[in-house]
Write a protein that binds this ligand. Structure first.
Ligand SMILES: [Zn+2]
Length: 122
C-alpha cells in the first residue's frame, strides 16, 4: 500500500501496474496510470485501519492530493491478496469525499509554505 503510494508520487507507472493482481493488470495500462499520476499531486497518506483475513488483507486509507486546482481526498478500503509471496492490489471500495477549491492566494495544501499560485496551481 505504502509502496504503491510512493510509486504514484514518483510516477513509477510500471511499478504500479505490477502491483495489481494478475487478474487486474489488463484493466490498467501504463498510459492510464501515467495520465492519472501526472494529473494529481499526492501530498499526504494516512492509514486508518488494516484487517487480515484468510483471503487477503484490507487497508483503509486516506490519501490527500491536489488536482485541477482543488484539494481532494481519496478515501478507500483496498483489498490485497498474496501472489508469488508479494502483496498485490485486487480491488477497493471508494468512499465519497468532498472537494475543495483552492484559492490562488491560499497557502498551498502541500505544506511548502508558499502561496498556492506560486506552487501547485495550474
Ligand atoms: Zn504546493
Amino acid at each position: 500500500m505504502r509502496s504503491r503510494y510512493s510509486a504514484y508520487c514518483t510516477k513509477n507507472a510500471q511499478y504500479i501496474r505490477n502491483s495489481y493482481a494478475q487478474s487486474e493488470q489488463h484493466n490498467h495500462s501504463i498510459e492510464d496510470i501515467l495520465a492519472f499520476a501526472d494529473a494529481v499531486e499526492f501530498i499526504k497518506l494516512e492509514i486508518l485501519d488494516t484487517e487480515d483475513t484468510q483471503e487477503g488483507s484490507y487497508v483503509e486509507f486516506k490519501a490527500a492530493y491536489i488536482a485541477d486546482n482543488k484539494s481532494c481526498m481519496l478515501h478507500e478500503k483496498s483489498f490485497f491478496i498474496k501472489e508469488s509471496e508479494q502483496w498485490k492490489y485486487l480491488n477497493g471500495t471508494i468512499y465519497p469525499t468532498p472537494e475543495k477549491k483552492i484559492n490562488r492566494n491560499d497557502d498551498c495544501p502541500c505544506g511548502s509554505g508558499k502561496k498556492f499560485k506560486k506552487c501547485h496551481s495550474n
